[in-house]
Design a protein around this ligand. Structure first.
Ligand SMILES: C[S@@+](CC[C@H](N)C(=O)[O-])C[C@H]1O[C@@H](n2cnc3c(N)ncnc32)[C@H](O)[C@@H]1O
Length: 254
């Protein structure tokens, strides 16, 4: 499977890896502030295959953390010595192999802009959450944000692409823009950049309206959207958002 620049291990510099780890810790801490995680079962959809969220969830005393990801090493059990357990499972979030009402809390970080069938993931998330359970969903750059091409982790490439230009320019025009500047020293070729932006199956190109509609349908009732500042990462704030939802009844209402 083709991997995202965000997740591709071999392309990660130590500083990027540290930043992603810090982001994962920060988001687990944020979930803990919204809904204390100690003693709770937590499902992470589109989890870090490196266990970045897992390690923080165990530190905070979850009774169980399960992270599912297409990139996870096949079924990796991890646990600390005081009892709580953590697992990373290679599993498709559109087809969760868990019974209904299995988890107290759900978490999904920087993954909904990658899920090709976000509606199905939401439905599955809702199915496995207990009544009264809560979910915290955060997004990294979605398609209609200034750097929605999702190459922001590769700064020398990202800085060649004016904000939103990929939404306005055809592939041919983008090639014309990049070719004089992009040959030579870039970590990706112009062909690779164009393939990623216009053809890759690793970003879903869902716009903000569709996301809002997606969360509003399927009987999901978000309790709030808020902008998320990425202060711990010392990165410029771009379109980032997080959403928390509460599963109030068995009638699948968040
Ligand atoms: C950008 S990474 C984010 C990883 C992690 N949440 C983090 O913040 O570091 C997106 C993740 O979504 C996962 N993913 C994409 N589609 C998926 C699917 N259908 N089911 C499960 N995981 C999926 C990928 O395998 C990848 O691990």
């Amino acid at each position: 499977m083709e991997k995202t620049p965000a997740c591709q291990g071999q392309n990660k510099t130590p500083s990027l890896s540290a930043a992603i780890r810090a982001f994962n810790h920060y988001m687990v801490d944020t979930l803990d502030q919204v809904r204390p995680v100690a003693g709770r079962t937590v499902l992470d959809l589109g989890a870090s295959p490196y266990g970045f969220a897992l390690e923080r969830a165990l530190e905070l005393g979850v009774s169980e953390y399960v992270g599912v990801s297409l990139d996870a090493p096949e079924h990796l059990p991890v646990s600390n010595c005081t009892g709580p357990s953590g697992r990373l499972l290679r599993m498709d979030a559109t087809r969760l192999d868990f019974p209904d009402d299995r988890f107290d809390l759900a978490l999904s970080m920087a993954a909904f802009e990658h899920f090709l069938d976000g509606r199905r993931v939401l439905a599955e998330m809702h199915r496995v959450l207990k009544p009264g359970g809560s979910a915290l969903v955060t997004f990294d750059r979605i398609w209609t944000s200034a750097r929605g091409h999702h190459l922001h982790h590769i700064e020398p490439v990202a800085e060649l692409i004016p904000p939103w230009a990929y939404l306005l320019l055809s592939e041919g025009s983008m090639r014309g823009l990049l070719t004089p500047r992009g040959s030579g020293e870039l970590p990706m070729s112009v062909d690779e950049v164009l393939h990623w932006i216009y053809h890759s199956g690793e970003i879903n190109r869902v716009d903000i309206r569709e996301f809002r509609e997606m969360f509003a349908s399927l009987s999901l009732r978000p309790s709030g959207w808020c902008r998320l500042r990425r202060k711990p990462l010392e990165q410029p704030v771009n379109w980032q958002s997080m959403l928390h939802c509460t599963c109030r009844t068995r009638q699948k209402i968040f």
